[in-house]
Design a protein around this ligand. Sequence first.
Ligand code: C5P
Length: 412
Amino acid sequence: MNILLGVTGGIAAYKSLLLTRLFVKAGYQVQVVMTAGAKEFIQPLSFQALSGNPVRDSLFDQNQEAGMGHIELARWADQIVIAPATAETIAKLRMGRAEDLLGTLCLVTDKPIMVVPAMNLLMWSNDATQENVSQLKQRGFDVLEPEEGEQACGDIGSGRMPEPQAIFDYVQQKIAQKAELEHLFLKGQSFWKDKRVLITAGPTFEDIDPVRFIGNRSSGKMGFALAEAAQKLGAIVTLISGPVQILPPPHIERVVDVRSADQMFSAVQKHYADSDYFISAAAVADFKIEHKLDKKLKKQAQETSFSLSLVQNVDIVAWVAQQKNRPFVIGFAAETDHVLDYAKEKLARKKLDAIIANEVGEGAKGFESDVNQVTLMTLNTVQTFAEASKKSLGFQLLSAIQELRSECVGSN
Ligand code: C5P
């Protein structure tokens, strides 16, 4: 396993000497790339002595490039770790700048990049930095958040780089997770190839009038992650999405945009019979407005309260589960309390094959978050997953569904 350690210009750079030592002791090959700023804090020779490899610091050094060119160096790395990552480096990564060796390597690589920010607390909490970090996370960078504590400048707050052992443990954990996902991927490829998977995702909006609606906080991220995982595993995916703020994953066979539960139901009716699996991840509104208005509803003078008449929507997943020749049906149960009890009740009442329970609401992951913590249940089995990114859970859940199916087929 080859680690490319990027060191940028912050006082925490000294901690990366110990980090290098931990990697080397654990048997990793380490090559260090320093920015000009990093060399103001630490001598390259120290990293060279600890890593056993010459330090790379320039994009245009003919001698260095003669050994291993920057493209080769990017290919050589299995994992890139940037520690410490300054606010400047994070901003450059966000922009995709290629003006120095580290920036260029990060653009040339398709390997995972981990960023370990370290900076003054005000720099860290600045909107610009936070926005840059959030962009990087969305692009798939791993960000190990800084710790609270006393800073080199004397301030006390968030911005300190975690200790080398904590960074090392985090890297190990990420490498193990990636290996596990690769294993699931290899295991799932032949099973999911050409399986037709229908997925609903996101909220539904029930219009009251042309400007108002009743909606919910579902982001669509979990359903999209399942769609992405299924597509990558070779399945033919139809994704029916309520109104969301995120783009559907690329290369999905068919994406159908809907707004209301009725529209989602029509789309599902059109596609369920051609599907082997139906995963109902959408947070479908249980009720719609009885009489939708064509014109904007006006507030009446003296009005202190207001009532809306609602009528029930079709329970889409329960409807599919009742059909003859139906696909294997997996529902979701997003609950704020008694999560597993309610999920089990829904599984039985809606006659689903399996249900994925997750906690939502104040303080919980579930809605809007990039991570989730779920439990997959059938009438006889309960499988709890550790908290993980929704993207990773997409693969883990499909693998678990694969196991359920293999068991069913085996026992028939
Ligand atoms: O009953 P509840 O809404 O909590 O059930 C959640 C599950 O039922 C989810 O899988 C959701 O997609 C599905 N559902 C549905 N149609 C509805 C309401 C919920 O398909 N009208």
